[in-house]
Design a protein. Structure first.
Length: 587
């Protein structure tokens, strides 16, 4: 137990028939205050002063701890290095010395994740250096390092100047130096088997062309009831063209994009990747290497490798447009298919990592400053898989995914980019489908909240909404609302807004109608600061309207016209942002 404290475990265990949960089975508890035992219990275990020595160096013998100050040295005498930071230093320094002693031109390839894991897997670390045969150098370096790390927890060794791997590995024995050469030979023998397997896979897979492997994808199920992986690659072929033409590319879509979409999953049926071996994490990379060997052009190979990027929430993004487009297409297709299949993420479960896929799409679009219409792209992705789930409504799924994407965007903008939450909540309902554009609107809106005229605008927006009690123009009607204002202003049902009798309402109608063309032009041209300047300029007129006009009058017809007027005012403003999300003095 003492060697594993501090590791973030995903699973817990139970010891015996007891209900106590812990990352490892608890067998004893030491709790001292001075020289006295603290009378406490952890589940079924009563505290004492007896710990245990190292299982091989001290035969796991009982060790009495006289006082807290003697804890470290008492256990050291029993073969246990208690301090994990000391174990880390012993391993790192030992490996560095061994590698330098073997060849000064060599260097240990540092891996902090692996080092942390090894530190907490041992109580008495003894570093050592092993070797493997030169013939395995035929394998791609990533295959060798994966075999070393994933299966054996070994560290790789490389060359300082020439790059590449040296045929050596660094590892750790949990125990002393006695008979260490036997340990080295045993570890080399185990590694030899792993590398021999990898070399067999590598050689065997190249007997088939990428196109032959693509044909085999038809027998691989993607999602139960949702077709094969071959079907998925065909859907990607359509989506990549839409994405390239829709804002992620420039000019005609290159032939390499369609070819990469066709081949990108071909390594899933390779011996190296299939059947859940430790090399499965090399998906894409192995496919790219096989494509290179088959003579595919570099852009295709690069996209096959990097369409899985980012491979983690903070992982590196695709660096070229073809890879970026293929990555986004793959993720949109996955989100659409999983959603229609019923694998909608819940608070605790997200088995297909849809949150990570959506976040990756957002990061790629922002990184490439790509202006796209995510709503249209998601609708296209849903349409391609909707036939597999005829009982599900694609339009309803699109609404659900839109809300899901909006939540991910809100978190990214506020927590990662540092945007003000109020501004994000104001802009995203209207702009979520184009994250790059949404961010530009948010940044333009920043700084307006303290202006008096903007406060009047936001307050008037909320009053419109309160008076109308939900009888607002739907989002789909906002473009039509702007067109009606450009024509001088009238209600959605043809209500005459020009004949409203009060001076304040006539003045507001005239000011808004006169400014709509400039508003539309500024928004279309990306001059969002001017948009908010114009909208803010309506603040005093809106304030005067609510100060002098009785909306719900005794004349039912007049009340209806005024409601239509406020509906059009609210609709125009709502087409730019939800100003009700921004705090005001009134709220």
């Amino acid at each position: 137990p003492r060697a594993v404290l501090g590791i973030p475990f995903r699973k817990v265990m139970r010891w015996g028939e007891h209900d106590l949960e812990y990352p490892r089975p608890l067998q004893w508890v030491v709790a001292l205050l001075g020289e006295a035992v603290v009378p406490l219990a952890v589940g079924y275990l009563a505290a004492g002063r007896v710990s245990r020595g190292h299982r091989t160096l001290a035969s796991d013998r009982p060790v009495a701890i006289p006082s807290p100050g003697a804890y470290v040295e008492t256990l050291r005498a029993a073969g246990v290095v208690v301090d994990h930071q000391e174990r880390r230093r012993l391993i790192a320094a030992g490996h560095a010395a061994l590698v330098a002693g073997w060849d000064p031109r060599a260097r240990l390839l540092e891996d902090d994740e692996l080092l942390t894991e090894v530190v907490f897997l041992c109580e008495h670390p003894t570093p050592f250096l092993g070797a493997y045969a030169d013939r395995y150098a035929e394998l791609p370096p990533q295959v060798i390092t994966t075999a070393l790390k994933a299966h054996q927890r070994y560290f790789s060794v490389g060359w300082r100047d020439q790059g590449g791997l040296a045929t050596r590995f660094a590892a750790v024995r949990d125990g002393g130096p006695d008979h260490l050469q036997n340990v080295v030979r045993g570890n080399e023998r185990v590694l030899r088997a792993r590398l021999a397997d990898a070399l067999f896979y590598w050689t065997f897979d190249q007997k088939r062309s990428p196109d032959e492997r693509v044909a085999q994808l038809g027998s691989v199920t993607w999602l139960e009831g949702f077709g094969s992986v071959l079907d998925k690659t065909r859907r990607l072929g359509s989506l990549v063209d839409l994405l390239w033409q829709g804002g992620l590319g420039d000019g005609p879509a290159p032939a390499a994009l369609a070819r990469a979409a066709e081949l990108c999953k071909s390594d899933l049926v390779s011996e190296m990747i299939k059947d859940g071996k430790e090399f499965t994490k090399l998906e894409g990379f192995i496919g790219a290497r096989y494509a290179e060997r088959a003579g595919e052009e570099p852009a295709v190979c690069r996209a096959i490798e990097h369409h899985y990027d980012p491979r983690s929430a903070a992982g590196a993004l695709p660096a070229d447009p073809v890879s970026a487009v293929l990555s986004v297409a793959d993720r949109l297709d996955t989100v659409a298919g999983c959603w229609l299949a019923g694998f909608v993420p819940t608070g605790a479960k997200d088995p297909y990592a849809l949150r990570r896929h959506v976040l990756a799409v957002v990061r790629i679009l922002l990184d490439r400053s790509a202006r796209v219409d995510l709503r249209a792209l998601l609708a296209a992705a849903l349409a391609q898989v909707a036939g597999y789930a005829p009982q599900r409504d694609p339009d309803q799924a699109l609404q659900e995914i839109a809300a899901f994407v909006g939540t991910r965007l809100e978190g990214w903008f506020t927590e990662t980019l540092g945007c003000e939450p109020e501004l994000v909540r104001a802009v995203l309902p209207v702009r979520w489908a184009d994250p790059v554009d949404a961010l530009a609107w948010i940044r333009a809106l920043d700084g307006y909240r303290e202006r008096e005229d903007f406060q009047q605008l936001a307050t008037g927006f909320k009053r419109c909404r309160n008076i109308l009690k939900g009888d607002l123009l739907p989002v789909t009607e906002l473009d039509a609302c702007r067109r009606r204002w450009r024509d001088g202003g009238r209600g959605a049902a043809g209500e005459d807004l020009a004949g409203l009798p009060e001076p304040a309402e006539a003045a507001l109608r005239t000011q808004v109608a006169a400014a709509v063309d400039r508003l539309t032009g500024s928004a279309t041209g990306g001059d969002y600061t001017t948009v908010f300047d114009i909208l803010s300029s309506f603040g005093p007129a809106i304030d005067a309207f609510f100060a002098t006009v009785r909306v719900n009058s005794e004349d039912g017809g007049l009340t209806a016209r005024r409601h239509a007027f406020l509906r059009e005012i609210h609709g125009l403003f709502a087409s730019y942002a939800d100003f009700g999300a921004i705090g005001t003095a009134e709220s």
